[in-house]
Structure formats: structure tokens, C-alpha cells
Design a protein around this ligand. Sequence first.
Ligand code: HEC
Ligand code: HEC
Ligand code: HEC
Ligand code: HEC
Ligand code: HEC
Ligand code: HEC
Ligand code: HEC
Ligand code: HEC
Ligand code: HEC
Length: 414
Amino acid sequence: MIRRPALLLLFLLPVAAPAKDSCVECHTAMESAPALKFSKDVHQRRGFSCADCHGGDRNADDQDAAMSKAKGFRGKIARAAVPQLCAHCHSDANLMHKYMPQQRVDQYELYQTSVHGKRIASGDGAVANCVDCHSVHDIREVKDPQSPVHPLRLPETCARCHADAAHMAKYKIPTNQFEEYRKSVHWAALAQRGDLSAPSCASCHGNHGATPPQVSSVAAVCGNCHALVEDLYSKSPHQPAFAAMGAAGCVTCHGNHGVRLPSSAMLAGDKSVCAQCHTADSPEGKAAVEMAGMINGLNAALKNSDQVLRQAASSGMEVSEAMLRQQEAHATLVKARVAVHAFRVTAVSQLAQSGLAAAAETRRAGENALKERDYRRMGLGVALLAILATMAGLWLALRAIERPPQAPAGAGRR
Ligand code: HEC
Ligand code: HEC
Ligand code: HEC
Ligand code: HEC
Ligand code: HEC
Ligand code: HEC
Ligand code: HEC
Ligand code: HEC
Ligand code: HEC
């Protein structure tokens, strides 16, 4: 039974043997870099070779015959010609779907709409072409964690140009996207927690249609993932007001690349994002301070009951029910932070009140458990004292029994 596959293999081998490939043979013997890298390339594994991209005759042994113009040899490929070369196969649905039925064939089409694609078409060689992002001669499947377009590696791939001030000088656009992004909640979620649902560069800019999201679509970019917040924001008075002023939505308050962990400091105090447009003594400024107060109040109450509950649990008291209730109260705090995006005090206050009520309840449960613990400890102490007293009494009694009759004083001396 076990031998069957081996027999089958022997039978198939001569048929499946790779066609002659003098390009790979000679270039490997020469130790040329492209040939040495090629074993890692997805195209090599799909049976393609040098000649499928560079042209020429792979059956000819002689260098000149193999790399002859007459056989379509094109030599080195100019940067601007790369997208069309790749598109020759990748935009051909018939060909691609033979290898991978679900494969997309719109990369080149999208690329042409991107800033990269438009500029390369007008002769600008400094923008990204297909191989700047995917590499060349060791092109990997995009799922491969070693691929330069894998979400964890992509920021560095883009940064090769976008963080290089000299490379970008003539365009006068910022070069801090990578640096900012690496400080963001998104990179922390992706890199530290392995949360692949957090955005890398292409999640916001698109894989092939890399354009900056325009002002009207910025809220939509964030809203793709933060649907709840997006829903509140789009119904708030800010949405039409920001649109009329030409201000970007979410990005006005959170930034784009360096989105930081939000807190109530964004509402009140000298880091308030509201202060961009509302003075502290305006009704809107006061509303912001009020919301911050409620969120801070709930946060403090939760910390307090957290501590009481932890103390109770660590001294062995049963508080699991209160702990569950406490989790709900924490969820209310998250909801209150989300509700800020309605920009109405009542939206936050309803949640804050129910959160405060729950926190008070769990705190009471914790305190009762601690009282119970103290009561038990006192009971235990009393019992212990009683036992000790009994033992001491017994010991005294025993000594009284065992002690030999007292000799008269002075007897036995001298
Ligand atoms: C017998 C050896 C040999 C064979 C067969 C061969 N090459 Fe080459 N190839 C070379 C050498 C040597 C060079 C360097 C030539 C030079 O610098 O002028 C080279 C250069 C190249 C270059 C770079 C050209 C440039 O302008 O820089 C490409 C691309 C290339 N080969 C592709 C191929 C392909 C595709 C095939 C198969 C169809 C092939 N080679 C077959 C020896 C070979
Ligand atoms: C999927 C298409 C593709 C395949 C397959 C391919 N190449 Fe290339 N090759 C390119 C592109 C595109 C460039 C231009 C890269 C650039 O602009 O940096 C290039 C550049 C080169 C160059 C000149 C630049 C250099 O790195 O020295 C050589 C030589 C070369 N290829 C040889 C080969 C050989 C040998 C093979 C087979 C082992 C091969 N290529 C397979 C697409 C391909
Ligand atoms: C600015 C960088 C960049 C450029 C330029 C680029 N790609 Fe991509 N490519 C990506 C990213 C990012 C992915 C998605 C990776 C993932 O799914 O995690 C991707 C995915 C792919 C895929 C897998 C299928 C798919 O569409 O998701 C193919 C095939 C592909 N690219 C081919 C090309 C071709 C052909 C070109 C040139 C016309 C090109 N790429 C240009 C970044 C780029
Ligand atoms: C001769 C046809 C052909 C050419 C030319 C070609 N490819 Fe491919 N490519 C394929 C086939 C077939 C596959 C395997 C099917 C698949 O996995 O999508 C593939 C796979 C890929 C993948 C992996 C896709 C995935 O889903 O993980 C990437 C990335 C890729 N090619 C990029 C390029 C780039 C960049 C170029 C140009 C330098 C290029 N290809 C040129 C035919 C070609
Ligand atoms: C080979 C270098 C290179 C690589 C790699 C590269 N880019 Fe670019 N990119 C450029 C250049 C040059 C421009 C043109 C700048 C301009 O027109 O303002 C540009 C333009 C852009 C723009 C439009 C900027 C604007 O406001 O005009 C965006 C967005 C962008 N790139 C995103 C990306 C992303 C995301 C990646 C990685 C997936 C990436 N780029 C990889 C060189 C590169
Ligand atoms: C969370 C979404 C998001 C992520 C992730 C992201 N960007 Fe952006 N990016 C934006 C938005 C939104 C803009 C438009 C800025 C505006 O209009 O205020 C932008 C603008 C740009 C621009 C135009 C110049 C500028 O700074 O305004 C470039 C270039 C760029 N991003 C590159 C990158 C690179 C490279 C990465 C990865 C390191 C990246 N972006 C990650 C959302 C994102
Ligand atoms: C591809 C999906 C995606 C996109 C697009 C996206 N985010 Fe996120 N965002 C996430 C994920 C995942 C987290 C981590 C969630 C967590 O920490 O629980 C996150 C976290 C955040 C946080 C911190 C939340 C917290 O309480 O820790 C803020 C603020 C944020 N994103 C704002 C934005 C803004 C503003 C944009 C648009 C410029 C945006 N996001 C675009 C997925 C996305
Ligand atoms: C007018 C300013 C403003 C705008 C516009 C805005 N936010 Fe916020 N956002 C805040 C403030 C303030 C907080 C912090 C509330 C707190 O923690 O007390 C916050 C918190 C968040 C949080 C964290 C909620 C949590 O779970 O802790 C996320 C995620 C978020 N915003 C995403 C977005 C998205 C997505 C948009 C666009 C649809 C957006 N924000 C628009 C001001 C804004
Ligand atoms: C980019 C400027 C800008 C920023 C930043 C901004 N606002 Fe506003 N806000 C406005 C404008 C304009 C209006 C008037 C909308 C209307 O009523 O037509 C407004 C209206 C309001 C209102 C009144 C809504 C109503 O029902 O009439 C409140 C409350 C408010 N903002 C709170 C905030 C808070 C809290 C922040 C910070 C988290 C903030 N705003 C940040 C521009 C801004």
C-alpha cells in the first residue's frame, strides 16, 4: 500500500521533468544574483523561468543564441516598462485563473489610477512600480510572512521611499508617515498583539490604488473598521459642519498616521482637541468639560471598586458575581467614550450614570465581602485565643501535678 505513491511517482517523473532551461543553468553557474534568488520565487514554483519575463530562447545553450533579439530577448527591463510586463500575465484572466481561480486581475488597472501609476506614466521613475513593493526574482506569495507586502513588513517597504527625505525632496510632501505610524495604536495592535485586523499602510491607501484618501472619504476610511463611531459621527452636527469647512472628519481630532490612545484629555485641559474650534467658555467648550468630568468620574469609581474587589478576591472571598458585573461596568465606560462622538452631553451622561450605579454596587459587594472576611478573622482570633487559654491552663495543671514535693529551703547545702 505504502509503495503505491512511490511507484506512481517513478512513472510520472520522466513526463513531469522540467523543460530544459539554459538561462537558469548558465546564470546559476555564473552565480548571478537573480538566478541564486530565484528558487524562492512564486513564478519559479509555478514553472515559469527567466525567459517568461526577459524573452530569449531557453533551449539554446549558446549565450548569443539564447539571449538573441531575434528570439525576443529584451535584456534588462526599464523601470517604466515593469508594470506592463507584469500586467501581460496578471491582467489576463484566462491565464491567471488556470493557476488560481479566485485570483484578482485588476492590479494594473488600479495601479494606473494611483499617484504612483500616473506619475510613472508621465516618465517619473522615482515612484513605486510593481517590483519596488513585491521585490524581484524572489517574489513571494502575498500571504508569506516574509513577503515585503505582508502587513507587518509593508510599512518598511513604503518607508524605503516615503521616509527618505532626499528621495522625496522634490515633491514637498511630509516624510514622517512611517515614524508617526510606528507610534500609533494601530501599529501597537498589529505588531505587539498580532491583531491583523489593525490597519497597515495599504489598509487605508489601498494595495494598488495608493492615493491619499481625499477629505470627503477620510471618515469613510476609518469607518470601514470603526463602524459604531462612524455611525454616531455621521449623525452628529459636526459631520455637515466639518464638511462645509473643508475639515477632514476623524483625522481632525485623531490625526491620520499617528493615532494615539484616546483619553478624556482630548476633551478638556490644554490638550483638548475641541479647543481648535471652541473656546473653553463657549457652550460647546463647557459641554466638552462636562463630558470629560463624567468619563473621569466613572473611570475613578471603576478603579476604586476594582481595587476593593481585588483585595476581597486575593483574601479568598467569593466575589465572582460582582467581578462579572464589574466587567459590564467597564464596558459601559468604553460605550461612554464612543458616545462622545454624538457630541451631546446627554448621550454620555446616560451611560455614565448607569456605569456609576454599577460601580457603586460592585464596590458595596466588595466591601461586604471584606467585612465578612474581618468578621471571620475576628471569630477565628477569638477561637484561637480560647484554644490558647485552654492549652495554657492545661499546661499549668500538668506542671502542678508533675512537680516533685518542694524540699525545705536551705536543705542539701554544704
Ligand atoms: C551560456 C550562458 C548564458 C545563457 C545560456 C544565458 N545567459 Fe543571460 N547572461 C550571461 C552573461 C555572461 C551575461 C552578462 C553579459 C554582459 O554583461 O554583457 C548575461 C546577461 C543577462 C541579462 C542582463 C542583461 C543586461 O542588459 O544587463 C539578462 C536579463 C539575462 N542574461 C537573461 C537571460 C535569459 C532570459 C536567458 C535564457 C533565455 C539567458 N540569460 C541565457 C550568460 C548567459
Ligand atoms: C517575473 C518576471 C521576472 C523573472 C521570472 C525574471 N526576471 Fe530578471 N528582471 C525582472 C525585472 C522586472 C527586472 C528589472 C528590475 C529592476 O528594475 O530593478 C529584472 C532584472 C534582471 C537583471 C538585471 C538587473 C540585475 O539585478 O542585475 C538580470 C541580470 C536578470 N533580471 C536576470 C534574470 C534571470 C537570470 C532570471 C531567471 C533566473 C530572471 N531574471 C527572471 C523580471 C524578471
Ligand atoms: C505600493 C506598493 C505596491 C505596488 C506598486 C504594487 N503592489 Fe501588488 N500588492 C501590494 C499589496 C500591499 C498587496 C496585498 C498584500 C496582502 O493581501 O496582504 C498586493 C497584492 C498583489 C497581488 C496578490 C493578489 C491581490 O491583488 O491581492 C498581486 C498578484 C500583485 N499585488 C501584483 C502586482 C502587480 C502586477 C503590480 C504592478 C502593476 C503591483 N502588484 C504593484 C502592494 C503593491
Ligand atoms: C508569465 C506570466 C507572469 C508574469 C510575466 C508575471 N507573473 Fe506574477 N504570477 C503569475 C502566476 C501564474 C502566478 C501564480 C498564481 C497566483 O498565485 O496568483 C503569479 C503569482 C504572483 C504573485 C503572488 C500572488 C499571490 O496571490 O500571492 C505575485 C505577488 C506576483 N505574481 C507578482 C508579479 C510581478 C510583480 C510581476 C512583474 C515583475 C509578475 N508577477 C509577472 C504569472 C506571471
Ligand atoms: C520606490 C519608492 C516608493 C515606494 C516603495 C512607495 N512610494 Fe508612494 N510615492 C513615491 C513617490 C516618489 C510619490 C510621489 C509623491 C507626490 O506626487 O506627491 C509617491 C506618492 C504616494 C502617495 C500620494 C501622495 C500625495 O499626496 O501626492 C501615497 C498615498 C503613497 N505614495 C503611498 C505609498 C504607500 C502606502 C506605499 C507602500 C505600500 C508606497 N507609497 C510605496 C515613492 C514610493
Ligand atoms: C489609519 C489609516 C492610515 C494608515 C494606516 C496610513 N495612512 Fe497614510 N494617510 C492617511 C490619511 C487619512 C491621509 C490623508 C491626510 C489628510 O488628508 O489629512 C494620508 C496621507 C498619506 C500620504 C500623503 C502625504 C501626507 O502625509 O499627508 C502619504 C505619502 C501616506 N499617507 C503614506 C503612508 C504610509 C507610507 C503608511 C504606512 C507607514 C501610511 N500612509 C499609513 C491614512 C493612513
Ligand atoms: C483596517 C481597520 C482599521 C482602520 C482602517 C482604522 N482602524 Fe483604528 N483600530 C483598528 C483596530 C483593530 C484597533 C485596535 C482595537 C483595540 O485596541 O481594541 C484600532 C484602534 C484605534 C483607536 C484606539 C482605540 C482604543 O480604545 O484603544 C483609535 C482612536 C482609532 N483606531 C482611530 C482610527 C482612525 C482615526 C482611523 C482613520 C484615520 C482608523 N482608526 C482606521 C482598526 C482600524
Ligand atoms: C471632534 C473630535 C473628534 C472627532 C471628529 C472624532 N473623534 Fe474619536 N474621540 C474623540 C475624543 C475626545 C475621544 C476620547 C474620549 C475619552 O476617552 O474620553 C475619542 C475616542 C475615540 C475612540 C476610542 C473609543 C474607545 O473605545 O475608547 C475611537 C476608536 C475613535 N475615537 C474613533 C474615531 C473615528 C473612527 C472617528 C471618525 C468617524 C472619530 N473618532 C472622530 C474625539 C473625536
Ligand atoms: C474643526 C472645528 C471643530 C472642532 C475641532 C470641534 N468642533 Fe464642535 N462644532 C464645530 C462647529 C462648526 C459646530 C456648529 C455645528 C452646527 O450646529 O451647525 C460645532 C458644534 C458643537 C456642539 C453643538 C452641537 C449642537 O447640538 O448644537 C457641541 C456640543 C460641540 N461642537 C462639541 C465639540 C467637542 C466636545 C469637541 C471636541 C471633542 C468639538 N466640538 C470639536 C466645530 C468644531
